[in-house]
Design a protein around this ligand. Structure first.
Ligand code: NAD
Ligand code: ZN
Length: 249
């Protein structure tokens, strides 16, 4: 490994409370395309804005059609070396929290407990009524969608049901934002893994960490707009790098 990886191990050794912040790059080694890389999800499909989901039945059908097409992927993907390295850091008390922008549920699956995990953009693993918040399981909705061509309304209140992800134009979840804020306030090192750090307000958390005097380390394939504020930038693959780093701790 490079000197950079040794430097990251040293920063982690010196830190008493690290917060890990992850993006779509965390899951590319599991075979889930990231956001902006060539061939990534959004170069192929336009995202559906929240307003359109609320007002346009065709947008809702398109959204569920896409979710149906992704079902095989979601039910077969597995955490990768990087996810397990992160889970190990949490289990050993090295990282206090994982703040993720990912909606894939792979941090949970790798063993990060719910109280240590903050999913800023929600999860595609389940759905929720937009009015009363009742949780609805995705397979149940997909079965209805396949039979009737649309998703069922909420069984309790008749409200619209949507995957529990945060769409463009949808408000950020207050509880998760508050938990992330508290975690960042208490950290002395923020480790960013696989995020282009261009999606706000999520990318505001590494900025906040730096501003309050915590260290900032970024492990990402390519450069990010926050590199110049970071104490350490490593342009490498997450899985092998992080595995080496935790073995060196
Ligand atoms: P992004 O796609 O904007 O950035 C990902 C970054 O990770 C890129 O800079 C890329 O170079 C880097 N990267 C990719 N694979 C890597 C690897 N193996 N090792 C090191 N670096 C790697 O992602 P973002 O910053 O998370 O923003 C995208 C938005 O899209 C988020 O809001 C997220 O909710 C959503 N999204 C989620 C998933 C998911 O849940 N897995 C996938 C795609 C998009
Ligand atoms: Zn409801």
């Amino acid at each position: 490994m490079t000197q950079d990886a040794a430097d990251l191990a040293q920063l982690l050794r010196e830190s008493r409370r690290t917060v890990i912040f992850t993006g779509a790059g965390m899951s590319t080694e599991s075979g889930i395309p990231d956001f902006r890389s060539p061939g990534g999800i959004w170069t192929r499909m336009q995202p559906i804005a929240f307003e359109d989901y609320l007002t346009d039945p065709a947008a809702r059908r398109l959204s569920w059609q896409r979710r149906l097409e992704m079902e095989e992927t979601w039910s077969t993907v597995a955490p990768n070396t990087g996810h397990y390295a992160v889970a190990k850091m949490v289990a050993h008390g090295k990282a206090s929290h994982v703040i993720t922008q990912n909606i894939d549920g792979l941090h949970q699956q790798s063993g990060v407990p719910d109280e240590k995990l903050i999913e800023l953009h929600g999860s595609t693993r389940y759905a929720k009524c937009l009015d009363c918040g009742t949780r609805v399981e995705v397979p149940q909705i997909l079965a209805h969608f396949t039979a009737h061509g649309d998703a069922p309304d909420c069984a309790h209140c008749g409200g619209l049901v949507k995957t529990a992800t945060i769409s463009f134009g949808q408000a950020m979840p207050e509880g998760e934002m508050a938990r992330a804020d508290a975690a960042v306030r208490a950290c002395d090192l923020m480790l960013v893994l696989g995020s282009s750090l261009t999606v706000y307000p999520a990318a505001g958390f590494p900025v906040q960490a730096k501003r309050q005097g915590a260290g900032l380390a970024i492990l990402n394939r390519e450069e990010t707009p926050l590199d110049r504020h970071a104490d350490l930038v490593i342009n490498a693959e997450i899985g092998p790098t992080l595995q080496w780093v935790i073995d060196a701790l």
